[in-house]
Design a binder for this molecule. Structure first.
Ligand code: PLP
Length: 533
């Protein structure tokens, strides 16, 4: 495609996107295609000769779009919102136009420096204290692809931190000197260089190989039964154990500090080493906020344990000063080693853009800076720049800061807050309707823009099994339709009863209006009443 062909196809693509958003409200929200629908239509090999782009663009509309579920639809109430907007679309277009893997500062200085700037803007927007700011503290922020990636990344840092603490403990016991450099290093112009030309870190604490080998298998990561699968997955990848601590309905499924203390004490007595705990602000199931103040205070007694706060969905609401206490901003600022939230959920930036802040960036770089000769740069060696590859797992990275910059500038703090408050208002409307329906109950109090409910007819007593059956059928009948989409979940079993099947109604989408919430709820009520007929 040459420049003029791109110009034409580009204008046509923008027109098609505008048409899509003009009509989105009238479209079904759910894709109703059958598994394999696309595989059957497409050839099993790439075309031998290049095709006309007009044909490709037509096939996008005719073959791909039918298999798209419309997450931007006003009646998309499933999972959590995953909002895009025109600012994000334009930013992705510009970012792709200068496509580059931005791993070192000098790969494209603007990519790194814009990320530093917007992550400090966002840290201030969310009220994170100074040590999390790259410009004024020892920490800083990075934009990754997912909360899962953020969790795995900090877990690597947490493991190194834990080994460091164990090494320092061993030293204070037997007095060995641990400050030093790798033996194959030579000094040249103040830069430490290995025999293969690699940059050698001036490691503050050398972790003895035998301590690493003996300690690593004993390390345990903790979360709760409500922690997102990011925890278990990170632990599996690192070959660590993950322990999901129990949560209870009477606590609205929040992780309790006494449970943390008891478990960590028992595990430590049994020779295990707690190395990381994930606390959640806004769990996926119920939007619950863990007791971070109490948990953080307990972890002070377990110095090998790193605290990561996962606020993938709820974290962006820290932009609202009136919610900061509910969202435990002060304890996060006091205790968390790292904090992450997804701009790409409720936060108005198109997927993917997970914000991760660390209080001590050296924890990341000491774990992840591996610099062979071919990655060295004068600026990196001098320590005057950030090379974000040393803060993350992969080498290359997308230019995600551009869409965050476009969005924050275009909305401003006021527009950003207005958007969030819009979702909260919709949730108030729904809460009122659920609470005034005698045949429905909220399983936990509304959390921000998430309501978790079940059908519980008031005509007679129902067992948990009967209620689960009714609600499974209700959800199946909702799922079979194209005009609404809600997700289900199961809350933990207690007192010998089976777990509680329930339905999540998640609000916050930018296009959802009051009429959509009312229509959606009316539909739920109507389908539920048909179940007993
Ligand atoms: N943490 C929480 C609380 C979530 O709700 C989710 C996704 O819904 C995640 C983590 C995972 O996010 P990601 O897809 O960015 O890994």
């Amino acid at each position: 495609m040459d420049i003029e062909a791109f110009r034409k196809a580009g204008y046509q693509a923008v027109d098609a996107i505008c048409d899509y958003y003009t009509k989105i409200r009238e479209m079904p929200v759910n894709s109703t295609v059958e598994p394999g629908y696309l595989v059957k239509q497409l050839p099993d090999h790439a075309p031998e000769k290049g095709e006309e782009f007009a044909v490709i663009a037509k096939d996008f509309q005719e073959q791909i779009m039918p298999g798209i579920t419309h997450w931007q639809h006003p009646s998309f109430f499933a999972f959590f919102p995953s909002i895009t907007n025109f600012e994000s679309i334009l930013a992705d277009m510009y970012a792709t136009s200068v496509s580059n893997p931005g791993f070192n500062w000098n790969c494209s200085p603007a990519c790194t420096e814009l990320e530093m700037v917007v992550m400090d803007w966002a840290a201030k927007l969310f009220g994170l204290e100074k040590s999390f700011h790259g410009s004024s503290g020892a920490g800083g922020g990075i934009i990754l692809g997912s909360a899962s990636e953020a969790c795995l990344t900090v877990a690597v840092a947490a493991r190194e931190r834990c080994l460091r603490v164990l090494t320092e403990d061993a030293v204070s016991l037997n007095g060995n000197h641990v400050n030093g450099k790798s033996e194959d290093s030579v000094q040249s112009n103040g830069i430490s260089t290995g025999v293969d030309g690699a940059r050698v870190k001036a490691t503050q604490v050398v972790i003895p190989d035998d301590l690493r080998a003996s300690s690593t298998p004993k390390m345990v990561m903790y979360g709760s039964t409500q922690t997102h699968s990011i925890g278990k997955k990170a632990a599996i990848i690192l070959g660590m154990q993950f322990r999901a601590l129990p949560t209870y309905r009477k606590d609205d499924y929040a992780l309790r500090a006494d449970v943390v203390r008891q478990t960590l004490e028992e595990d430590t007595e049994n020779g295990l080493i707690p190395f990381m705990l994930i606390a959640t602000v806004g769990t996926t199931n119920t939007g619950t906020i863990d007791h971070i103040a109490d948990i953080g205070a307990v972890l002070k007694d377990f110095p090998t344990t790193y605290l990561h706060v996962d606020a993938a969905w709820a974290g962006v609401c820290l932009a609202l000063p009136e919610l900061r206490q509910t969202l435990q901003l002060d304890p996060i600022n006091e205790y968390a080693h790292s904090f992450s939230t997804n701009f790409h959920k409720w936060g108005l930036v198109a997927f993917d853009a997970t914000a991760l802040w660390v209080r001590d960036r050296e924890l990341l770089t000491s774990a992840l800076d591996v610099t062979p000769a071919y990655l060295r740069t004068a600026q990196g060696d001098s320590g005057s720049v950030i090379d974000y590859r040393n803060w993350q797992l992969a080498l290359g990275r997308r230019f995600r800061s551009l869409k965050v910059w476009f969005v924050l500038r275009s909305y401003g703090v006021e527009g950003y807050q207005k958007h969030l408050r819009g979702g909260l208002d919709m949730a108030n409307v729904l809460e009122e309707m659920i609470q005034s329906s005698p045949d429905f109950e909220l399983l936990v109090p509304k959390s921000l823009a998430l309501l978790v409910f079940r059908y519980h007819p008031s005509d007679r007593q129902y067992s948990q099994t009967e209620l689960n059956d009714l609600n499974r059928r209700l959800h199946a009948s909702l799922a079979s339709r194209g005009d609404i989409i809600l997700t289900q979940t199961v809350l933990p079993a207690e007192n010998g009863e089976e777990g509680t099947f329930c339905i999540r109604f998640s609000l916050g989408n930018a296009r959802t209006e009051k009429q959509d919430v009312v229509q959606g709820w009316d539909l739920v009520v109507r389908l539920a009443s048909q179940l007993k007929k």
